[in-house]
Design a protein around this ligand. Structure first.
Ligand code: NAP
Length: 337
C-alpha cells in the first residue's frame, strides 16, 4: 500500500515510517522544508520512501501529497505544553486534521485515515481509570494543546459518522528510544534528573500518567490500519504510574540513589513562570511551564483493554521499557551512571 505519514520527521512519525517500510508498505513522508529529517530512514535505492514537502496548514501541499495514497497516518501536531502564540495549536492541530479530512474527500484513492489523537483528548481521570467511552467534559483544559486535541477528537468522530473512514488512536505519554523532541518528555525528564538540574521528585507522587512505549504505539497504529473500525476509538496506553515511580524505577535499573526529597508543585510552578518569561525573551521553548504543572495536578490513567482485544495491542510494562531507555540515553551520552 502507498501510505502518507504526516509528522514523519517527529518522534513517533519517524519510528512509524521505519516500521511501515519493514511491513512492506511504500511510504510518502510529509515533511516541512525546515524539518530535521534525522529520524527518517536514509533515502537510497531499494528504500520505498519518498518525501513530500508541505505544511498541514497549507491545503494545496497536503492535497498534492495525498495523490495516489491509499492510507494516511495523520501524526503531525504541535506537541508543546506552551507556545507564545497559542493560536498555532488551533491552526495546526485542528486545522491540520480538517485539511486531512478535506483532502480525503478530494482524493479518489484514500481508503483509511489513522488519526493520532492523545489521552489528553479524553480528559483527566482524577481517582479512576477511564476507557474509550469517556468524552472530554470541555469545562477545563490544563493546556492549549489539550484543548486542541479534544476539539480535533470531536471533529474526527463527527467525520467518521458522516462516512469518512477514520480510526482514532490515543497514545499515553510516549517514551522510548527515538528523536528527543518536546514529545519525548520522559527522556527529557530523565536527562534533567541525571544531570542534577532536577534534584528531587516532581511533587509528591499524586500525579498519574499512562506510559506507552513508542514501539508499542507504532505497532498499535499499524494494527489500526489492518483491524481498526471506522469511527472507533482505541487507547494505546500502558502502565499507569506517577513520575515519582519513573524516577524510582530509573534509580533501581541504574543502581543509583533515588531523589531524597520532593519539590512541591507550587515551587515548580514558579520555576515554570520564570521559564516562560525567559522563553519570551530568548525564543527557546521551556521544558516546564505553568500548564505542565497544571497537568501534574491531575491524573490521566486509562485502560487499553479494548486495543488489546481488538487490535492485539501488547503494551510492555514501564520497568521493561525503561530498561531499554536508560542504556540508550547512556549510549547517546545524554546521561551518566
Ligand atoms: N509524545 C507524546 O507523549 C504523545 C502522546 C500522545 C499523543 N501524541 C501525538 O502523537 C503525534 C506525534 O507526536 P510526537 O511526540 O511525535 O511529536 P513531535 O516529535 O513533536 O513531532 C511532531 C511532528 O509534527 C510535525 N508538524 C508540526 N507542525 C506541522 C505543520 N504545521 N505541518 C506539518 N507538520 C507539522 C513536526 O514537523 P517538524 O519536524 O518540521 O517540526 C513533526 O514531524 C501527535 O499527534 C501528538 O499529539 C504524542
Amino acid at each position: 500500500m502507498k501510505v502518507l505519514v504526516t509528522g514523519a520527521s517527529g518522534y513517533l512519525g519517524g519510528r512509524l515510517c521505519h516500521a511501515l517500510l519493514r511491513h512492506g508498505h511504500s511510504v510518502r513522508a510529509f515533511v516541512r522544508r525546515t524539518s530535521d529529517l534525522s529520524s527518517l530512514p536514509t533515502i537510497s535505492d531499494g528504500v520505498a520512501l519518498e518525501l513530500a514537502y508541505g505544511d498541514v496548514t497549507d491545503y494545496p501541499s497536503l492535497l498534492a501529497a495525498c495523490s495516489g495514497c491509499h492510507v494516511v497516518f495523520h501524526a503531525a501536531a504541535l506537541v508543546e505544553p506552551w507556545l507564545p502564540d497559542p493560536s498555532r495549536f488551533i491552526s495546526v492541530n485542528i486545522g491540520g486534521l480538517k485539511n486531512v479530512i478535506r483532502a480525503y474527500k478530494e482524493t479518489d484513492t484514500i481508503e483509511k485515515i489513522i488519526y493520532t489523537s492523545s489521552f489528553f483528548a479524553l480528559g483527566s481521570t482524577d481517582g479512576y481509570t477511564a476507557d474509550e467511552s469517556q468524552m472530554h467534559s470541555a469545562k477545563f483544559f490544563c493546556t492549549e494543546y489539550e484543548k486542541s486535541k479534544a476539539v480535533a477528537d470531536k471533529i474526527a468522530l463527527e467525520a467518521a459518522k458522516e462516512g469518512v473512514p477514520i480510526v482514532a488512536v490515543y497514545p499515553g505519554v510516549i517514551y522510548g528510544p527515538g528523536k528527543v523532541t518536546a514529545g519525548n518528555v520522559v527522556a527529557r525528564m530523565i536527562v534533567e534528573r541525571f544531570s542534577g538540574r532536577l534534584p528531587g521528585y516532581i511533587g509528591y507522587g499524586n500525579d498519574k500518567f499512562s506510559f506507552s512505549h513508542v514501539d508499542d504505539v507504532v505497532d498499535g497504529h499499524i494494527s489500526a490500519l489492518d483491524k481498526g473500525q471506522q469511527g472507533q476509538r482505541y487507547l494505546l496506553t500502558g502502565e499507569n504510574a506517577s513520575f515519582m515511580q519513573v524516577f524510582d524505577i530509573a534509580a533501581a535499573i541504574t543502581n543509583t540513589k533515588t531523589p531524597r526529597f520532593s519539590i512541591p508543585l507550587f515551587v515548580i510552578e514558579i520555576y515554570g513562570w520564570l521559564s516562560v518569561l525567559f522563553a519570551r525573551v530568548t525564543g527557546k521553548l521551556p521544558l516546564i511551564s505553568p500548564p505542565t504543572v497544571s497537568c501534574l495536578r491531575h491524573q490521566w490513567a486509562y485502560s487499553c483493554e479494548k486495543a488489546k482485544r481488538e487490535l492485539n495491542y501488547k503494551p510492555r510494562g514501564l520497568t521493561e521499557g525503561l530498561e531499554e531507555v536508560l542504556p540508550w540515553l547512556k549510549n547517546l551520552g545524554a546521561i551518566k551512571y
